[in-house]
Unconditional design. Structure first.
Length: 191
């Protein structure tokens, strides 16, 4: 009887340890997936972009006005700073020639000439096409320090920028497909 009690106790301890290990493993996997687009980011390589504040935006609308204009996914990303799941966005593995604009206001943001496959699961660019149309801001959400990228005209959340990109800039603008609208062909004349 005593031996049976010891065996049951040991079995329970091993099951608790196994469950604890599984919880730790799940937390580690969740942490890795959350940081897929969260490599170390600092400003040493950053291109000079607009320093617009939200008070000086050209386009100001209420949430209700944005909801009428944007799809639910676009609203979540652009207005609520959401993020699409990796490898699910329309422009992740998309390499047509053309220009990418803000899906909310139409500001020119990136061209296909600076787009590359970073493998992070979101469209990646190594520089904006019009620097003044991009705002960068320190983001400390989700327990990480990153640099958020926003549209300077409407304040829409686009994604984040990291310093692990290719030359000539060394930057990776990791951008949500839902924040972009693509137009095929030549770049329009910028303002």
């Amino acid at each position: 009887m005593f031996v049976y009690y010891i065996n049951v106790t040991i079995d329970l301890k091993f099951q608790q340890m196994r469950i604890s290990f599984m919880h730790l493993l799940m937390l580690a996997l969740i942490g890795l997936s959350m940081s897929a687009c969260a490599q170390k980011s600092d400003s040493k390589n950053h291109i000079k972009t607009s320093m617009t504040t939200m008070d000086t935006l050209e386009i100001k609308k209420t949430d209700e006005e944005w909801r009428k204009q944007l799809s639910p996914i676009q609203f979540n990303i652009l207005r609520e700073k959401g993020t699409e799941r990796p490898f699910t966005g329309k422009y992740d593995k998309f390499y047509e020639e053309g220009t990418y604009y803000c899906a909310a206001c139409g500001a020119e943001l990136f061209t296909s000439k600076t787009k590359y496959n970073s493998g992070c699961g979101w469209p990646a660019f190594y520089e904006p096409s019009v620097n003044k149309n991009i705002v960068e801001k320190k983001d400390i959400s989700l327990g990480m320090v990153r640099i958020e990228v926003m549209c300077a005209k409407c304040g829409g959340h686009l994604g984040h920028v990291f310093n692990d990109g290719p030359q000539p800039t060394g930057l990776r603008y990791c951008i949500n497909s839902g924040s972009l609208r693509f137009e095929e062909g030549k770049k329009k004349n910028s303002e």
